[in-house]
Design a protein around this ligand. Structure first.
Ligand code: PMP
Length: 416
């Protein structure tokens, strides 16, 4: 059980005014206050005072190695990416002030969609303002009332929110369980509309989906398939197209969802597809239509970064090297990890409880290392995790330094 005081009965905060709608968060407020009262720094409120590079920042006045960003390919400080952003800012201004459907489609949005089509070798690409909105939009538009969305139980919040918005029937199956997926599909009426939603890499444990079998089973059942490649784009697969590419099933996937907020190094989301009717989406997808489009500088940085990622095989190889070294090093030190083998750029270190997880997180920060502290409901099976995400710009020496920090912090907090 978690070490901080977690009352059995719901706490009602003293002095709550009648009708105060914040009362529903009293348990969470008490949990957070309990954590902070133990004297640890707030792990959910870290400020980066200055960012020096994709792998270094000043946090609390101290130079810190970043091992908890999604900057997998280290594109945020790429000189060509920065130059493209500056130029677009000067030539097109700071924002579009409008929806893609009206006044918000600039040359840069088209170029960004062209870069995506080329990157994936697909016919259609649609850029959204975030990856969250891409899932929200595509899932809610494709699967409506009376349709079924069959999804891995550990799916990202944006996938669940897309299902809720579309009001489709949600059919979850056990994480990465091919048989469970097959069974669920068989129980759905044959004539009903079916969308199977999978992720390439699951971001909490850093494990990869068995897409090859799952896509086959889904297609046999007559379902359409959407794969969220947020954590694999740019890195996994020969051309960095993701897990579907690595497992040879990209052509059988109906929709690939992705984000610019990870390997691409900026912000935005997208969907690519080969479906001949895909373009109608631009008129019917509410999270695309009823929001402002990305600023010109953002789409310019994204397009430049995506084009550079096409030629990123050396960086991909180095990132795999980093992942293997860190995974082996942590395992040899005696830490319990989320996967037996490194499967992605994410390595999750399992903590015994939230209190000790927060202590370890703080000890690492004092060593000069930033990782992510993750807790339920974001994590599966009630786990507290220290999530490490590597970057292609971490040097071999940095990974060695990181392992030394983990050893000292782990011993100081009694985790190893
Ligand atoms: N899908 C997955 C699997 C994610 O992990 C995330 C973000 N963490 C998103 C979608 C949303 O991406 P964005 O940050 O672009 O909204």
């Amino acid at each position: 059980s978690e070490g901080i005081s977690q009352p059995d009965a719901p706490v009602v905060r003293e002095g709550r005014a009648k009708g105060d709608l914040f009362a529903k968060f009293d348990d969470l407020i008490a949990m957070r206050e309990g954590l902070l009262a133990s004297g640890v720094e707030d792990p959910f409120n870290l400020v980066m005072e200055k960012v020096l590079s994709p792998t270094r920042a000043i946090c609390n006045g101290r130079e810190t190695i970043l091992l908890g960003t999604y900057n997998y390919m280290g594109m945020t400080f790429d000189p060509d990416v920065i130059e493209a952003g500056k130029q677009a800012l000067e030539e097109f201004g700071s924002g579009t002030t409008g929806s893609r459907v009206l006044n918000g489609t600039y040359q840069g949005h088209k170029e960004c969609e062209d870069a995506l089509k080329e990157f994936y070798g697909m016919d259609h690409a649609m850029v959204f303002s975030t990856g969250y909105q891409a899932n929200l939009g595509i899932i809610s538009t494709m699967a409506g009332k009376g349709d079924y969305v069959v999804l891995d139980i550990d799916s990202h919040a944006s996938i669940y929110d897309g299902c809720a918005m579309g009001r489709a029937e949600i059919v979850p199956f056990r994480h990465n369980d091919i048989e469970a997926l097959e069974k669920r599909l068989k129980r759905i009426p044959a004539e009903a509309g079916k969308l199977v939603v999978l992720e390439g890499v699951y971001s909490m444990l850093g494990d990869v989906a068995p897409l090859k079998e799952m896509v086959r089973v889904s297609k046999e059942a007559g379902a359409m398939v959407l794969v969220d490649e947020a954590h694999s784009m740019g890195f996994i697969g020969e051309h960095g197209r993701g897990v579907a590419e690595a497992q040879g099933v990209l052509n059988d996937v109906d929709f690939v969802i992705g984000t610019f907020s990870k390997s691409v190094g900026t912000v935005g989301g997208f969907c690519v597809s080969n479906h001949p009717d895909f373009e109608i989406m631009r008129l019917v997808c509410r999270p695309y239509v009823f929001t402002a489009s990305l600023p010109p500088s953002v789409v310019a940085t994204a397009a430049t970064s995506i084009r550079k990622l096409m030629h990123g095989s050396n960086k991909r190889a180095h990132l795999w090297e980093n992942s293997r070294t860190l995974h082996k090093g942590l395992k040899d030190l005696g830490f319990q990890l989320g996967t037996d083998e490194p499967q992605s750029a994410i390595i999750a270190v399992i903590m015994p409880d939230l209190t000790r997880g927060a202590q370890m997180w703080e000890a690492l920060l004092k060593e000069g290392l930033y990782v992510n502290l993750a807790r339920p409901p974001a994590t599966p099976a009630n786990m507290t995790l220290l999530r490490c995400s590597l970057c292609a710009e971490h040097s071999e020496d940095e990974v060695t330094t990181i392992l030394g920090m983990f050893e000292r912090a782990g011993k100081a907090t009694g985790i190893i």
